[in-house]
Design a protein around this ligand. Structure first.
Ligand SMILES: Nc1ncnc2c1ncn2[C@@H]1O[C@H](COP(=O)(O)OP(=O)(O)OP(=O)(O)O)[C@@H](O)[C@H]1O
Length: 451
């Protein structure tokens, strides 16, 4: 008997220690079973207490009365599926007549503490079916990406969402993005994650880094073109615009051929072209965009107008030619001069890290997801990398990137250096690798993903 008590004390102590030091391990060992039992046992009473039940249908009450059976109680949404994940539980519910998804969304906070979970969010999957995602612990505290993620061409995992799901940057769905945040908020680490995730794909990376190239030049082996000052940036952007025009000519030529072939697909963008003809897609990463928009002299003003015009043209027309923009800066508002708000309107994938004021949050979300503004200004200073990600559909989520070091990103880029495409139009901007320190990549290197 004594040994049983000792074993029990040891198990409880181990669980307590894991809960305190390694919540992710606690969840996988003890937490998941306890939480699943708790949710299933308390389900009916919690739903009733949260106002998520409806009275039994009249015919059942009548039948009960006529047959002298007990009167049936109120009914909660039917559980279609309970799925256990690495970070929590996912409950799929079929709503009862008279209920709607908004009722469930409005009760998320009550469900969170009634089920003793860390977080609960809901979304409507289809009419009458709602998914409740519950997290067992603060998944953003120490981000661990799942070992297997659903990477596809031009869709890469970049962060973890607070509901435990992976946040993807999908260039084909949302071609251009804007990343803003105060200094030290995590923008560079976000960009680093993007580069590391894109590096193994068939894509050309182009970088403009006016912080003297400190962020992007170490990753140069995987970049087809780089600029580290506004003069080179202006020329590089002009070269990209003429490359875009060439791609349009290619699409036109292909359209002329297919127009005469009955039932043949007519290409509208590079993705409709046959694979052997398809130009390589390009992601253009711009770090500290304000450096490109500031000027002190007349000549610098002309250069600035040239840069903003080229960026606006790429943002307006680049998608079909497979050119995608990822613009990064501390602020991106009308105070940077003419053309900025027009350019910003085209950058519909928005990510805001911690910002210093409401005006900056409004720059990111005021026009597409006003609800996200408050969330962006409430990001605490001691959680760099936490951001609000939204798109023009109005949805938003709190996300955090894994803490990818520059060393890790450099290693990934070096390992995939042979995938760097040579684009003749951008050849003058190809970084001179001789000037880089030789950094041999290890043959195999662990990623920050969870085992
Ligand atoms: N996801 C993350 N998890 C933990 N720490 C992070 C994360 N992202 C960034 N940090 C830390 O926050 C600090 C600032 O990050 P980063 O350099 O990316 O900020 P920034 O917004 O680019 O700053 P600046 O504008 O001054 O260049 C760094 O010390 C970095 O290690």
């Amino acid at each position: 008997m004594a040994w049983l008590i000792v074993a029990l004390v040891l198990v409880v102590a181990a669980a307590g220690l894991l809960l305190w030091r390694r919540p992710a391990w606690y969840w996988l060992t003890f937490g998941v079973t306890l939480a699943a039992v708790r949710v299933l046992v308390r389900y009916g009473s919690v739903m009733d207490a949260c106002g998520l039940t409806v009275p039994a249908p009249r015919w059942r009450l009548t039948v009960a009365r006529m047959t002298n059976r007990p009167v049936p109680g109120p009914r909660a949404p039917r559980i279609l599926r309970l799925r256990v994940t690495r970070t929590g539980l996912v409950l799929r519910l079929k709503l009862r007549p008279g209920q709607d998804a908004f009722d469930v969304a409005a009760s998320c906070d009550r469900l969170r503490h009634s089920f003793a979970m860390y977080g609960v969010t809901s979304r409507e999957l289809r009419s009458g079916v709602v998914e409740l995602r519950m997290t067992g612990y603060d998944v953003l505290k120490r981000v661990q990406m799942p070992a297997h993620v659903d990477s596809r061409p031009m869709r890469v995992p970049v962060a973890l969402r607070e509901d435990g799901a992976v946040h993807y940057r999908d260039y084909r769905a949302v071609p251009h993005g804007l990343v803003i945040g105060a200094t030290e908020s995590g923008k560079s680490v976000y960009q680093r994650n993007l580069v590391a995730a894109l590096a193994p794909q068939r894509v050309a990376l182009v970088g403009i880094d006016c912080k003297q190239g400190v962020e992007l030049f170490p990753l140069a082996r995987r970049f087809s073109a780089l600029a580290d000052n506004p003069d080179t940036a202006a020329e590089l952007l002009d070269a990209l615009v003429s490359h875009m025009q060439d791609v349009y000519q290619l699409i036109r030529a292909e359209q002329r051929i297919t127009a005469d072939v009955p039932d043949a697909e007519i290409a509208a963008d590079i993705w409709d072209l046959p694979e052997d003809l398809r130009p390589v897609p390009i992601v253009v990463l711009v770090d500290e965009v304000a450096e490109l928009a500031l000027f002190a002299t007349k000549d610098e003003e002309k250069r600035r107008d040239r840069i903003i015009t080229a960026l606006a043209r790429l943002a307006q027309l680049g998608r079909a030619a497979g050119i995608y923009l990822e613009v990064c800066g501390q602020r991106f508002g009308s105070e940077l001069g003419k053309g900025i708000t027009m350019l910003r309107a085209q950058l519909t994938g928005r990510t805001a890290h911690r910002v210093n004021d409401e005006a900056s949050a409004n720059m990111a979300f005021g026009d597409i997801a006003p609800d996200a503004v408050l969330a962006a200004i409430s990001i605490p200073t001691d959680t760099p990398g936490v951001a609000i990600a939204a798109d023009s559909a109005g949805g938003w989520a709190r996300v955090r990137t894994p803490h990818t070091s520059l060393r890790h990103a450099v290693n990934v880029c070096n390992r995939h250096a042979d995938l760097t495409p040579d684009l003749p139009a951008l050849a003058p901007f190809r970084p001179a690798l001789g000037t880089l320190a030789p950094v041999p990549a290890p043959a195999v290197e662990s990623t920050p993903a969870a085992a």
